[in-house]
Write a protein that binds this ligand. Structure first.
Ligand code: CO
Length: 432
């Protein structure tokens, strides 16, 4: 079971070099399970027992089921489809030193730059293509080793091991070929989508690392791959959502784009996407959105930091997440994580009943830490919410590391969550 699940996870990671590909793969998975796609510009006919999903921008997705007993509230899990990368500028080719062609890029999100050096890279994303009178979008994945960002030799930069600075406008341009390659990039992309170069009107293309995912360690306890943050949670939430089957409550699976750049896009968590979909579910089933939201719960799932083997001092003195030790519940006094006593109690009790271990993360009090989807989503759809994740190393590296047992824990917790029954009284909420 465990091996099969990790193989499925690695296959999903490999097939999802960008948010567009992740979203397309999820849509295919959902369709295979009998889910029907709804379009936002059309009228929705929602049936009891119906299974649906909605996409926005081809990079965000919300899936849900209508219970046969009607909609009384929503049990939601959210994760994000995007990862830090480098976006290729519209005019990509940069002739260099009379002997090279590099590609002109800018940063997307906050990556660890050093991890992108000296490893094979390629390009994926989407392009807009003119087809007669129409403009059509095509996904692209140049599925071969195509690019590389070379380090400067230690002999030329003796300070390279003493706190190297990376200037994205100088140090991070990938090498594409020799001087003759100047016109080849646009031609290559056009060829990949079966179009003439002049018909490729615009592009959303990103670099991605080619190193395949692998399971390793003395006991095969670790799993490494690009984009574990946050496709590991996307995968785990989706598997749990599908395993839950027919449920009494209304399960909602949310995959948002653009978390790595602040979520403030029409397909990000800081948009009306979730509220729009929930409002249409209640309208389409004769319910009341405000009353449904008062008996709803959101689990925001985004990976967490494991204690670092070389730098254990960066972790909090008491709460020290360990890979393969279960779901990490994240706490922050300033509510960068939404977890509070009510949501933490309800969620950890749910996990305990399902036999899923949990642990805690809190930032060291003198380190600011990151933020995630939960508090952005609940600013739009104000429901009780908990922030969780799976423990990993090297977050935002081109090659991240997590535990081989934890995906299964997330799948089981998600299944238990989507199957549970929500209740609220004056002392808080329970998920049973
Ligand atoms: Co993340």
């Amino acid at each position: 079971m465990e091996q099969t699940l990790n193989e499925k996870l690695l296959a999903f990671l490999a097939a999802s070099p960008t948010a567009f590909h992740a979203c397309r793969n999820l849509a295919g998975r959902l369709e295979g399970e009998g889910y029907r796609e709804l379009l936002e510009q059309e009228e929705w006919q929602l049936q009891p027992g119906g299974k649906y999903f909605v996409r926005r921008n081809g990079s965000a997705l919300i899936a849900f089921r209508i219970p046969t007993g009607g909609v009384r509230g929503f049990l939601m899990m959210a994760a994000h489809s995007d990862s830090p990368s480098f976006k290729i500028k519209e005019h990509g080719a940069v002739p260099t030193a009379g002997m090279y062609t590099r590609l002109n890029v800018e940063k997307y999100g906050g990556m660890l730059c050093s991890s992108w050096m000296d490893r094979p890279l390629s390009v994926a994303g989407r392009v807009a293509v003119r087809e007669g009178e129409r403009i059509v979008l095509r996904l692209v994945n140049v599925d071969r080793d195509l690019l590389l960002i070379p380090n400067v030799a230690i002999h030329m930069d003796r300070s390279a091991n003493d706190g190297k600075k990376f200037d994205p406008n100088v140090d991070m341009l990938p090498l594409f070929g020799d001087a003759s390659a100047e016109d080849k990039f646009d031609a290559l992309i056009a060829e990949e989508v079966g179009a003439r170069p002049e018909d490729v009107l615009a592009k959303d293309l990103f670099l991605y690392p080619r190193t395949p995912g692998t399971v390793w360690g003395a006991n095969e306890e670790y799993l490494s791959s690009p984009r574990l943050d946050d496709l590991q949670c996307v995968f785990g939430c989706t598997e749990g959502f599908l395993r839950a089957g027919e449920t009494e409550e209304t399960p909602v699976l949310c995959v948002f784009d653009n978390e790595e750049v602040g979520s403030g896009t029409k397909q990000g968590a800081d948009s009306s996407f979730l509220e729009d979909v929930l409002a249409r579910i209640t309208e389409g089933t004769g319910g009341n959105l405000r009353r449904c939201l008062a008996r709803s719960f959101l689990v925001s799932a985004d990976n967490a930091h494991a204690v670092h083997p070389n730098h254990p001092e960066y972790a909090d003195r008491n709460d020290r997440p360990e890979m393969n030790k279960g779901i990490v519940v994240k706490y922050n006094a300033n509510q960068r994580y939404t977890t509070d006593a009510v949501s933490a109690a309800a969620f950890t009790e749910l996990c305990r009943a399902a036999g899923v271990p949990t642990q805690r993360f809190t930032n060291r009090a003198d380190l600011p830490g990151g933020s995630t989807l939960g508090n952005i989503s609940t600013a739009h759809v104000s429901v009780d919410s908990v922030d969780i994740g799976l423990a990993q190393l090297a977050m935002h590296s081109a090659y991240e590391t997590a535990g081989t047992k934890d995906t299964e824990y997330l799948v089981r917790a998600a299944e238990a969550f989507f199957r549970c029954r929500f209740s609220r009284d004056e002392d808080g909420i329970s998920l049973r």
